[in-house]
Every structure is written in C-alpha cells, then in structure tokens.
Ligand binder design. Structure first.
Ligand code: TXD
Length: 319
C-alpha cells in the first residue's frame, strides 16, 4: 500500500516542526509548501538528512507551487503571519484572511479529497474562511486549537497535582481566544473530576482558577517570552495528533474547531467542541451536558467567534 501523503502549507516555525514530527512518527511522505522560496526546500532536505539517524523512511520535499499538494491525504495549514507582543490573535484577520482564500483555492484544485487541519490564527475564523474558500465538505475541514489549549491545561494540572501528564484529561471548549471555556467538571486525574480533587484537598478553587486563567493566557505568555513569534512545538504536536487520528482511523475524542449544524444550539460556524476524528474526518460531534454557567461561557465564546466571522464577511463578501 502506498504511503500516505501529508501536505504542509506554510513551512515556518510550526510547519517545520510538523514535518519533523510526521517523519519521526512515519506518518507518510511530507511536502512542505511556502511562498518564501528556498525555505521549504531547505527544511525538507535538512529533515530528510535526519531520517537515517532517526530511522524513518519518508519522502520529504519542498515546493513553491500548490501542484506539489496533488493527492495529499492530509493538508495542515499554518500559512500566514503570527502574533507579536501586544497583538491579539484577532489583529491577524486582515492579513491571514487573504492567505486563507489563496490556500483554499490551492487545496480545492490539487487536494480536494484531503483532511484539512487549519492552524492559522485567528483560528475559529480562519478555519471557517478556509472551508468556504476550499469548498470541501465541512467534516473534512477542522481547526486545531482545543488540543493545544487542553494540553496546556493538562500540563499545568499535572504540575499542580504531581502526577503524570498521561493521567490528566481535560476539555477546553469554545473559541481559541480569551473566551475559551476550560471545563473543570469534565477534566480529571485518572477519572477523578477536578471538583472532587478540590474536595479531596489536592488543590484549592483559587489555585484552580489561576490555572484556568494561565491556560487562557497560554499563547500570550509564550509570545511575551519569545518576542519574535508564537508557540510552535505544542501547536505542532497537537495538529499531528489530529492528523494521526484521521490517517490511522483511531477515532480519538479530541477538542477541535468543528463545523456545527445545530449542536450546542449553534449552526453554520466553527467553534471548539469535543469530536470523534476517524477515516471519514469528523465522524461525530460529542454534545456534553453544560450547566448554566458553562453554557453562558460557551455562548459568550460563540458570540466572539461570530463577531470574527462577521468581520471576515465584511472584508471578503464573496466568502
Ligand atoms: O492554536 C493555534 N491554532 C495557534 C495558531 C497556535 C500557535 C500559532 N498560531 C498561528 O499559526 C500563528 O498565529 C500563525 O497564524 C500560524 C503560523 O504560525 P508560525 O509560528 O508557524 O508562523 P511562521 O513561522 O511565520 O510561519 C508562517 C509561514 C511563513 O513561512 C510564511 O512565509 C508562510 O507562512 N506564508 C505563506 N505560505 C503560503 N501562502 C501564503 N500566502 C503565505 N503567507 C505566509
């Protein structure tokens, strides 16, 4: 059976890391695409030269034409510009929306059967725009944010509790921004929900609230430290987990930006919800029960996403 093919649109900080992780996990052949000539080719060659050391067999190439995406099974999109200190994710709309229109056209032409994972910010609006511009079925176009946000949440919780990150599960719903909705009731250590752990004296509500806020500020914390760009290792690892679930039909239950058609009372936009990712793409949206406070927070986040999408429609009425 031929190897899978993974197309990476954007060969920058996240794109290069995606390529390395895809190689190390032997997920298939990798094509890096970028508009900066030489960067995709140089990174692909460097990564290929690591393969004998790491022992993975894959064809790694760089390209400056969308034609190189032909027949890709998965396309991961990081094309665009990242934040600088003091910028919000929403400040990126003007530039990155135009990029999504170009990328959507390229995918429609050369990889219409691919499972597409958008990473470009502001994520919830950019994945919507990418789906509109590509015309692909909504179940084959998703956004990566919730896996990253919940991984940050899980890491901070594991540190607080002194337990393995492997035994901490967490859900973060809603938009990838200040209104994201970490859900303590559905986050656990080995199945023990966080509210019970507070009662058991493992932590305090105040400490838990601090961890939730640090999760919300996770991106800005790293942008502030790096100064020249944003996070890229954890974002790349998060998108690769989604790609792997599709390529291996693992049916993972992951928080992703998915197209809703009435679930959670939301229709026609992308927002972070738990979903099953398998060989058919988004195979199920998991509608968990939300209490009044959680629902109010989720609805506020949905409102923020709707505002971003309205801003996109104002800039690009053809979408
Ligand atoms: O959780 C999440 N979704 C976020 C997403 C987590 C972290 C970063 N987030 C966003 O991903 C970030 O705000 C950016 O919008 C993207 C990519 O971040 P990255 O750190 O990889 O940015 P780089 O290193 O600047 O890489 C972007 C590449 C760069 O090489 C450009 O030349 C290329 O995109 N680029 C393009 N490629 C193709 N086509 C076009 N038009 C284009 N424009 C820029």
């Amino acid at each position: 059976m031929a190897r899978s093919k993974i197309g990476l649109v954007g060969a920058g900080q996240i794109g290069g890391t995606l390529a390395f992780l895809a190689g190390l996990k032997e997920l298939g052949d990798v094509v890096l695409f970028d508009i900066v000539d030489g960067v995709p080719q140089g990174k692909a060659l460097d990564l290929a030269e690591s393969s004998p050391v790491e022992g993975f067999d894959a064809k790694l190439t760089g390209a400056s034409s969308y034609e190189a995406l032909s027949g890709a099974d998965v396309v991961i999109v990081t094309a665009g510009v990242p934040r600088k200190p003091g910028m919000s994710r929403d400040d990126l709309i003007g530039t990155n929306l135009k990029v999504m229109e170009q990328v959507g056209a390229g995918i429609a032409k050369y990889a219409p059967d691919a499972f597409v994972i958008c990473i470009t910010n502001p994520l919830d609006a950019m994945v919507w725009a990418l789906r509109e511009a590509s015309g692909l079925p909504p179940e084959k176009v998703v956004g990566m944010a919730g896996v990253l946000d919940s991984s940050r949440f899980r890491y901070f919780l594991a540190e607080e509790f002194g337990v393995s990150v492997e035994d901490v599960t967490a859900f973060v719903l809603g938009g990838h921004g200040d209104t994201m909705v970490p859900l303590p009731r559905y986050s656990t250590v080995a199945g023990v929900p966080l509210p019970d752990l507070v009662k058991m004296g493992w932590t305090t509500q105040e400490k838990l609230d601090q961890i939730i806020q640090r999760t919300r500020d996770g991106g800005a914390e790293i942008v502030g430290l790096l100064k020249t760009g944003s996070a890229f290792y954890a974002p790349a690892a998060s998108a690769i987990a989604m790609a792997e679930s599709y390529l291996k039909d693992k049916k993972r239950v992951l928080p992703i930006a998915a197209h809703l058609t009435g679930q959670y009372g939301v229709d026609g936009i992308y927002v972070g919800v738990p979903a099953v990712i398998g060989a058919a793409g988004v195979e199920r949206i998991v509608e968990i029960e939300l209490d009044d406070a959680e629902k109010a927070a989720f609805d506020k986040s949905v409102g923020a996403v709707k505002g971003l999408i309205d801003a996109c429609k104002a800039i690009a009425p053809n979408l």
